[in-house]
Structures are given as C-alpha cells and as structure tokens.
Design a protein around this ligand. Structure first.
Ligand code: FAD
Length: 379
C-alpha cells in the first residue's frame, strides 16, 4: 500500500527524485503552477552542490578531447545553452542574490595550432547560431591584461557567464520552501514497476507523477522499469583561493588544457575544469595530483594568481550520458518523467527543470523537447 511522504498528510501531485538544480527548479516551476510537490534526495555530493558556477555556451575543448564521438550531440544542443543562460538571468532577476555576471567567456590558445583549432570550432559554433569572435594577442590584452606571456589569442563567446552556486542554491532552496515544496534529504530511493518510490526502510510513496532528476542515479531506477539509461558518475576536483582584488571579468577556459577559472564577487578565484577526483562511496576523495596540477596550470595562464593561497578544495560527482539532455516520459511507465541535463548540466539545469515541469503539467515546454527524448536509448 503506497502512502504519503513522511511529514505529508496527502500524497503530492508530483514526487521529484533528486533535488539538484534540475529537480529543484522543476519543483519550483511545479509549485508556482499550484502543484503539491515533494522532493526526495539522497544527499550525495552531486554536481549541483560541487560545481564551479560556469555558465557555458561554446563547445568545451575538454568534452571534444574526452568524448569526440559524442561531440555532435553537444553541438546540436548549442542553441539550448544560449537559452539556458537567459533562463539563469531571468531567475536571478526574479530571485536575486546569485552573483551572476554575463561578461563573456574566453577560451585561450597557447600556440598557432591551438588558434587553428579555435578557428575551426568557432566556425562550427557560428553554423549553429552561436555568436563567437576570435581575438589575437593585442585584442585579448584589451580585455584580459592578466593573460600570461604564453597565450597568443583566444575565442570569445559573449553569451557565457558565471555565478556563485552556493548563493544560487541557497536562494533557490529558500524560494522552494516558501512555495511549500516539501524536501526530504538523506533518503536514497528506488523505483518499482507500478511505479512508486521505495524508501530505504521499505515504505512505498504514492504520487500522481514521478519526476526523476537523480542524475547518475537515474539509470538504475529507469532500468528497474525496463528502460536502462547509461548515466555514469564522474568524480571531479575543484579549488578556490583566498579573495584578491577584482581582475578577471570573464569565464576562462583553454583550447587544449583542462581548466575553467573565474573570479567571484567575493574576489575569490574558482579553479576547476575537469581534473579527476577519486571515486569513493558515498563521498569522492580529493586527488593531490589534481590539486597541484590544476593550480599550477592556473598560475601559468594568469601569473598574478601565483601569489594567492588555495583555501579549500573539494570533489563531487558529475554525470555523463551521451552529451545530450534526456527529457521525457518513460514508455513503459508513463507517469515517470526523466530529466537529466546534457554536458555542463548546471548551466542547463533551470531550463531543463522548467521543461520537465511543463511535461508534468501538460503545458508547452520552453523549447522543442523532441531531440531530448530518452527513447533514443531503447529504440
Ligand atoms: C566539480 C564539478 C564542477 C562542475 N562545474 C560545472 C560548471 O561550472 N558549470 C556547469 O554547467 N556544470 C558543471 N558541472 C556539472 C553540473 O554540476 C551537473 O551537470 C549538474 O549539477 C547536474 O544537476 P542535476 O540536478 O541534474 O543533478 P545533480 O546535481 O547531480 O543532483 C542529483 C541529485 O540526485 C540525488 N540522487 C541520486 N541518486 C538518488 C537516489 N537513488 N535517490 C534519491 N536521490 C538520489 C543526489 O543526491 C543529487 O542531489 C560540474 C560538476 C562537478 C562535479
């Protein structure tokens, strides 16, 4: 016999499994439309709690290097990233307090060969309607005078930006609570074929619909409904420095080397870019080689950073799928909607979350969700 979630008198209209940026913003959109929503989250160190706050638009060289066979999937999704940054801006205007700045993103090149790589990449992006520019060293120096002597030029995408995810997550959580969204944390759940959510203590939770936004954890749950998804956990490393005087306005990446770098409103520099952490349950562990390598690379790109102290480092689980967002109802369990954003999922999260809520509500989603149909994994 299914029952209401603990602490709730009646079953919710929608049970959201996974309370990261996707599930969290879906819950907000549902509650704003008048639905009763409960969010169940395992409380794992997931991407939304661990991420770097980069708002990505241009193709990331890291993804092209690691998953060249999946690059066409991200490339086809490029217009979605432009829309996703606009979605973040609209949220920030509405709720405030995210430290969101859209001052563009630079991908730096350290050689003529890397500039040629950026030229080819820029042509692919322009073909998808993304506005990008190529800068030589003189052009770069006008907006990034801190760039190290080894940098010869860059690609600039003015639609990119950055925010402080700790501030954004807190503000979104406050807003969800004010709307009456019930959040139960520290509860890993499984799904049954009926479908219902099963808590670790064996209790079955009833709901009108189930919105599955559990990132890498989603695959095991959809498999139990006969629809396996290849969602995988990827443990990644992050660093943050002590505050410095404002110097770096843009989101910074490199054409060949793994780095993202940005300065927050606090003056702190957040340094990441896909350096590996060590997989461990339930919390991934920091890899000393990633700490040192990541920071050394930042100092090479922007030598002034070399005097700053790293005050904290951490690891969290990113999710990889096939590079493209998975969003839609499960064919064998129509009351279950799956929502896993594509690469750079924190950027995509609020847009994908609102689209998932629209599917649950039966209203038009904010973009064409047909290319995101998870049925591609089973047909
Ligand atoms: C170190 C790092 C840096 C990153 N930097 C960026 C960045 O700068 N910009 C960007 O766009 N993206 C970035 N990403 C990727 C991004 O953070 C994720 O793609 C995004 O947060 C995914 O959001 P989500 O809500 O879909 O899933 P998640 O944030 O992964 O949340 C999934 C939730 O599901 C819960 N869950 C899982 N299994 C279960 C279960 N069985 N039962 C109940 N709950 C469950 C987990 O506890 C978790 O809270 C980064 C990722 C990492 C790890």
């Amino acid at each position: 016999m299914a029952e209401a979630a603990p602490g709730c008198a009646t079953p919710p209209d929608v049970l959201v499994i996974g309370g990261g940026i996707t599930g969290g913003t879906a819950a907000i959109a549902l509650a704003e439309a008048g639905a009763r929503v409960t969010v169940l989250d395992a409380g794992l160190p997931a991407g939304s709690a661990a991420n770097a706050g980069s708002l990505h638009v241009q193709l990331q060289s890291r993804f092209l290097r690691l998953f060249p066979e999946l690059a066409p999937n991200v490339e086809a999704s490029l217009p979605l990233y432009v829309q996703a940054v606009r979605e973040w801006e609209a949220l920030a205007r509405r709720l405030g307090g995210f430290d969101l700045v859209r001052a563009g993103g630079l991908m730096l090149a350290g050689s003529a060969a890397q500039m040629r790589f950026l030229e080819a990449k820029a042509a692919r992006e322009a073909a998808r309607g993304v506005a990008v520019e190529l800068l030589d060293r003189a052009g770069l120096e006008r907006i990034a005078p801190w760039a190290g002597p080894g940098i010869v030029g860059a690609e600039l995408c003015r639609d990119e930006g950055k925010l402080d995810p700790l501030l954004a997550n807190r503000r979104l959580a406050e807003h969800a609570a004010a709307l009456g969204v019930v959040r139960l944390s520290g509860r890993a759940v499984a799904l049954t074929a009926d479908p219902a959510a099963i808590l670790a203590d064996g209790r079955r939770l009833a709901a009108g619909q189930i919105l599955l936004a559990a990132a890498w954890g989603s695959g095991a749950m959809t498999a139990s409904l006969g629809c396996p998804l290849p969602s995988r956990a990827e443990p990644l490393h992050m660093n943050i420095t002590e505050p410095a005087a404002p110097a770096i306005g843009q989101l910074i990446q490199h054409a060949e080397r793994p780095i993202t770098l940005k300065q927050l409103g606090t003056g702190q520099i957040v340094i990441g870019g896909g350096w590996p952490a060590l997989a461990a349950e339930p919390v991934p562990r920091v890899h000393p080689g990633s700490l040192l390598g990541n920071v050394a690379l930042a100092g090479e790109i922007a030598p002034a950073l070399g005097t700053l102290r790293v005050i904290r480092c951490w690891a969290g689980y990113n999710t990889t799928l096939d590079g493209r967002t998975a969003l839609g109802r499960l064919p064998r369990a129509g009351r279950v909607i799956v929502a896993i954003p594509g690469d750079a999922g924190y950027t995509l999260g609020p847009l994908v979350g609102r689209a998932a809520a629209a599917l649950a509500l039966g209203t038009p989603p904010p973009f064409d969700v047909a290319p995101c149909d998870p049925a591609r994994f089973w047909s």
